[in-house]
Design a protein around this ligand. Sequence first.
Ligand SMILES: *[C@@H]1O[C@H](CO)[C@@H](O)[C@H](O)[C@H]1NC(C)=O
Ligand SMILES: *[C@@H]1O[C@H](CO)[C@@H](O)[C@H](O)[C@H]1NC(C)=O
Ligand SMILES: [Zn+2]
Length: 398
Amino acid sequence: MRTFSLASIALAATMALLLPIDSEAAMSKKQQKLYPPKDQLADVNSPQVKEWLKLINWSKVPKLAKTKAEIPNCPECPATKDIPKDACWWTCNGCVAKDDIEVCPQEKAWGLTYDDGPSEDTPRLLKKLKQANVTSTFFVVGSRVLEYPETLHQQIKDGHHIGLHTWSHAGMTSLTNEQIVAEIKWAEKIVFDVTGLKTKYWRPPYGDVDNRVREIARQLGYITVIWTKEWDSNDWQIPDKTITNKEVFRNFKWALSTVPKLKGGVITLEHDLFTQTVNVAGPLLDMGMKKGLEPMDIARCLSDPHPYQNSLVAKKPAPPPAKKPAPPPAKKPVPPAPAKPVEAPPKADSAPKEPKAKEPSEAADISKQSQRPSGAAQVAWSAGMALAFVAASAFFTL
Ligand SMILES: *[C@@H]1O[C@H](CO)[C@@H](O)[C@H](O)[C@H]1NC(C)=O
Ligand SMILES: *[C@@H]1O[C@H](CO)[C@@H](O)[C@H](O)[C@H]1NC(C)=O
Ligand SMILES: [Zn+2]
């Protein structure tokens, strides 16, 4: 009987520890209310945002005017002469700041990135990536994480790298300083609540970034990741029917033909928001690998052993990205651009406006993690569960 009891205690304790992680629980309305409404700019007067605003030293943030846009769309590009030089606006004149990430430094290294998810099609992509033994960076939208927290868990579990793609996917240069902070921090918060990870890399929606936006992101601890000129897959146009799968493949084939001439690696832009874009992701991956590119997440392509702001220890060993290091890459291979970004049309990045609005009920999954009470509470809860089991098994053995 004693042995039985001890076994019961062990079992009970184990179950109690596991339960909060394994129980399927839907996100309650109340929990959803902890975040801003989906796909909308957050209230910048909320106590939470006010707290975040204190993180910024505003005297360092360039006083640039907001650009004009129909939020959340990508801003319209004015005539080049009307763009302040000191704005260094990537979307509209291709200007790159010295700490922007546009390429992977190593030859043949392929920074694989998927934006705008997670979506109901993401698991299919994860399966493909697993088969290929490849990790990528997912630049997630906070509003989508609210809908698919489980998928975010799976992504981490599979070794992928998570970056931010804001809360509501608005063009950042068209927002106020306060809205920019809220867009980044709310997305950061939901990713943290779900995974415990504080993101460190972000991609501005549409690549829409200028020196005002950059400085705010920088002060929040972020590294800005764009993509390599000519390596936007344009997959986002397939659902719009402005491009066919065939054209996407043909364009990518052309880009691949330039690889032998490249000084370093590349970063591609793809999306995991739509069925159609996930449909082309597999073939594109195969094409690139066949040409000798080595796909990898952005942290690995940059040999960053700390892919998150709160990762004190490297999550996984980051093997050297490519066999042959390129000659110490000029940090920015791409010179200040011509008037028009050849590869980055203003709408280069799909806006998650109409996509797949979910019924509230369907949207309600939440990860156990996000539900999980914080440290002490969880321990107390687990202990309580263990006691309950012990009591129950004691009763049984009597
Ligand atoms: C804010 O930035 C300015 C300009 O760089 C600097 O002089 C000042 O000390 C900073 N303030 C704080 C509180 O860090
Ligand atoms: C998978 O990729 C990792 C890292 O690139 C490598 O170390 C490992 O050997 C690969 N495994 C297989 C089965 O190919
Ligand atoms: Zn996007």
